[in-house]
Design a protein around this ligand. Structure first.
Ligand SMILES: Nc1ncnc2c1ncn2[C@@H]1O[C@H](COP(=O)(O)OP(=O)(O)OP(=O)(O)O)[C@@H](O)[C@H]1O
Ligand SMILES: N[C@@H](CCO)C(=O)O
Length: 314
């Protein structure tokens, strides 16, 4: 369960008193997610999400994320804004963590997307990229190729405790992918983590894009490649669904132009994405205490995907 920080009723009541969004009725920790602490908060006037930012989110980056969300919401994308308090402040401190009160969006995330749902989600990313072509602020991707090497070195030989030979095999894969990494593709603000659990849907309609806390400036088509790795496989990474992958890419292209060079680069971008998620999952796997109230995600599910792309899945 991803509630790393506990917020007392007293502290939450005092926090809500700064806003014009009613008084506390109830607050429940949300089990989903691994990065931040999230609460579902009901007040006398509505429903909200309270997010306390944990390990990987730096408070210094929050203004970038919130400006990006405002830009997308202004342009009609279904993203939640962080709400300002009465004095216009959106970034607060609560229980010792940076914290925001965020708009609640309806919908649920699908676990096994259909091609129709994947097409809608791809189109939502295309519309988002269209809006973000007019977003000027930048943030480096700390989990880009240089970050993978660093993470690989920090995990070190302990990777072999996850799977024999994993340290050497991933070192070789990293060098192969980095040597082929595109250098001339368009760069823009991207989401960076648009997994099915970060897309809220009602039936086949996208009602929310959430969790922008890896948003950064990077190769735009990398965002689509990340999405492909997460949507076109089952949770174990063992079963590839080509129809879902194709629907995702075509949905995207229906809303935002995908050049021949970007399409041609998707396989290597997807391999890089697999290494990124394999390594962050491996780091968490090796550094999360066994009794922590969070479900660790399987790094090998991303190593399997890497192998599928390396063998030509896309
Ligand atoms: N604005 C929102 N509206 C409705 N539900 C939301 C909203 N934001 C978050 N949630 C709910 O909280 C859950 C966890 O949120 P989120 O994915 O942002 O957490 P996280 O810890 O950053 O996750 P991740 O592991 O995907 O990085 C979501 O799966 C969703 O159920
Ligand atoms: N979406 C990521 C978690 C956030 O980095 C994963 O499934 O590994």
């Amino acid at each position: 369960m991803a509630v790393y920080t506990t917020v007392s009723a007293e502290a939450l009541t005092a926090f809500l008193a700064k806003f014009d969004h009613g008084a506390l009725v109830s607050a429940k920790g949300i089990a989903e997610g691994v990065e931040n602490s999230n609460y579902l908060v009901d007040t006398t006037t509505g429903r909200f999400i309270l997010t306390l930012y944990e390990k990987r989110v730096s408070a210094d980056d929050l203004p970038f994320f919130l400006a990006l969300l405002d830009h997308l919401a202004d342009d009609g994308n279904p993203v939640p804004r962080a709400l300002p308090d009465r004095s216009g402040v959106a970034i607060h401190e609560l229980a010792g963590r940076p914290a925001c009160l965020i708009e609640f969006l309806p919908g649920v995330s699908v676990t096994q997307p259909t091609p129709v749902q994947a097409r809608a989600a791809g189109a939502a990313m295309g519309a988002m990229h269209d809006s973000l072509s007019g977003f000027a602020a930048t943030r480096p991707n700390t989990l880009g190729p240089d970050g993978w090497r660093d993470l690989h070195a920090r995990c070190g030989a302990d990777l072999d405790a996850i799977h024999p030979g994993l340290f050497t095999d991933t070192a070789a894969a990293l060098e192969t992918v980095i040597a082929r990494w595109p250098t001339a593709l368009p760069v823009a603000a991207i989401h960076g983590d648009l997994f099915p659990d970060n897309v809220l849907m009602l039936d086949d309609r996208v009602t929310g894009l959430i969790d922008f806390y890896f948003a950064c400036t990077d190769i735009r088509a990398y965002d689509l490649a990340v999405m492909h790795t997460a949507w076109a496989f089952d949770g174990t990474g063992a079963r590839f669904d080509a129809d879902v992958g194709t629907a995702l890419v075509e949905g995207y292209a229906s809303r935002f132009a995908l050049s021949g060079a970007e399409r041609a680069a998707l396989p290597v971008l997807a391999q890089g994405a697999c290494l990124r998620f394999m390594l962050t999952r491996a780091w968490d796997w090796l550094n999360t205490p066994a009794d922590a109230l969070v479900t660790r995600k399987d790094p090998l599910a991303y190593w399997r995907r890497y192998q599928a792309y390396a063998a030509g899945a896309l």
